[in-house]
Write a protein that binds this ligand. Structure first.
Ligand SMILES: *[C@@H]1O[C@H](CO)[C@@H](O)[C@H](O)[C@H]1NC(C)=O
Ligand SMILES: *[C@@H]1O[C@H](CO)[C@@H](O)[C@H](O)[C@H]1NC(C)=O
Ligand SMILES: *[C@@H]1O[C@H](CO)[C@@H](O)[C@H](O)[C@H]1NC(C)=O
Length: 249
C-alpha cells in the first residue's frame, strides 16, 4: 500500500497491523482509492483507507504553533523530518472493527506519544491529537468515529466515555477525565518490566450517509460502546489483550 510522494512518505517505515473483519470480500469493495491521502466517496461494504500518524503533539501543528492543526498529508508539516510513524488501515465501511497495534513492535511513546487519525487531501479530515503513551502512562483503548456525508469523509473524532470503564479500578488512572490509562511500568516491552501487553486497540465506527444516501448503522451500535467493549468479541485477542483485562474488570 503506497502513500503518495507528497505525503508523509519519508516517515521511516509503515507499521501495518491487523484490520480484523477484512476477510476476502473484496468483490463488494468498489472504492479504488488505497492511499490515506486521496479523496474518495464510499458506499456501504466498500473498504476505506485511512492513516494514523504517531508523533509529538506539536508536530501536528503548523510551525509547531498549537493554533493551526494540519492533516498529516500536508507537506507543510515537518512530520517527515522528525520522529514519527504512520499506520495505514483499510476497514470495511459501516462495520465496527477493532484495529490493533502491537506495542512489542512499536511503542508510541518513543515517537512523542500522540496520534492523529487522518484521510483525504482536498477533502482532508483529521482527528485532534490523542495522548497515547509516555514513560508514565499508556492509554490502550480508543474509539474512533468516521463521519461521512453522501459518502465523503467529513470528520474523524475520538469518542470518549469519561473513564466509566475503569472508575474505581486501581490498576487504571483516569487522565483528563476522559481516558483510562495503565501505568507504563506495568507494560511489557517498554522498559518497565511489567507483564501487561499494552498493545493499542482502536474501536472503529462509521456515522452519517454513503454516496447513495444510505445511513450507516454501526454508529447506533457504538453509542453504547465503552472503552473496552469490543475486546471480548475477538477470540484471537482474548489470550493476549482480553485475558489480562479480565483480571482488571
Ligand atoms: C500562532 O498562530 C497564531 C494564529 O496564526 C498567531 O496569532 C500567533 O502569534 C502564533 N504564535 C506563535 C508563537 O508563532
Ligand atoms: C505523561 O503524560 C501525562 C498525561 O498527559 C502527564 O501528566 C505526565 O506529566 C507525562 N509524564 C512524562 C514523564 O512526560
Ligand atoms: C504482540 O506480539 C507479541 C509477540 O509476537 C505477542 O506475544 C502478543 O500476543 C501480541 N499482542 C497482541 C495484542 O496481538
Amino acid at each position: 500500500m503506497a502513500i503518495p510522494k507528497s505525503s508523509i512518505l519519508t516517515v521511516s517505515s509503515l507499521i501495518i497491523l491487523s484490520t480484523l473483519l477484512l476477510s476476502g470480500e473484496s468483490r463488494t469493495d468498489t472504492n479504488n482509492v488505497f492511499s490515506p491521502c486521496g479523496d474518495t466517496k464510499v458506499q456501504r461494504k466498500d473498504g476505506f483507507t485511512f492513516g494514523i500518524a504517531f508523533a509529538s503533539r506539536s508536530a501536528f501543528f503548523l510551525n509547531n504553533n498549537n493554533s493551526v492543526q494540519l492533516s498529516p498529508c500536508d507537506s507543510r508539516l515537518s512530520l517527515s523530518n522528525g520522529n514519527s510513524q504512520v499506520a495505514v488501515f483499510r476497514p470495511k465501511v459501516d462495520e465496527i472493527s477493532l484495529l490493533t497495534i502491537n506495542t512489542s513492535i512499536f511503542f508510541p511513546g518513543s515517537v512523542g506519544g500522540y496520534m492523529v487519525a487522518f484521510a483525504g487531501r482536498r477533502y482532508a479530515a483529521r482527528s485532534i491529537p490523542a495522548f497515547v503513551a509516555n514513560g508514565t502512562y499508556t492509554v490502550t483503548s480508543f474509539t474512533l468515529v468516521l463521519e461521512f456525508k453522501k459518502g465523503r469523509l467529513q470528520n474523524m473524532y475520538w469518542k470518549r466515555d469519561g473513564c466509566t470503564s475503569c472508575s474505581g479500578n486501581s490498576n487504571f488512572v483516569c487522565l483528563n477525565n476522559q481516558d483510562c490509562a495503565i501505568r507504563t511500568n506495568n507494560c511489557r516491552n517498554q522498559g518497565g518490566g511489567g507483564s501487561v501487553d499494552c498493545s493499542l486497540g482502536i474501536q472503529l465506527t462509521f456515522s452519517g450517509t454513503d454516496k447513495h444516501d444510505s445511513v450507516f448503522n454501526s454508529w447506533y451500535e457504538v453509542q453504547n460502546l465503552r472503552q473496552y467493549s469490543l475486546y471480548g468479541l475477538y477470540s484471537n485477542l482474548r489470550n493476549s489483550l482480553t485475558g489480562q483485562y479480565n483480571k482488571f474488570f
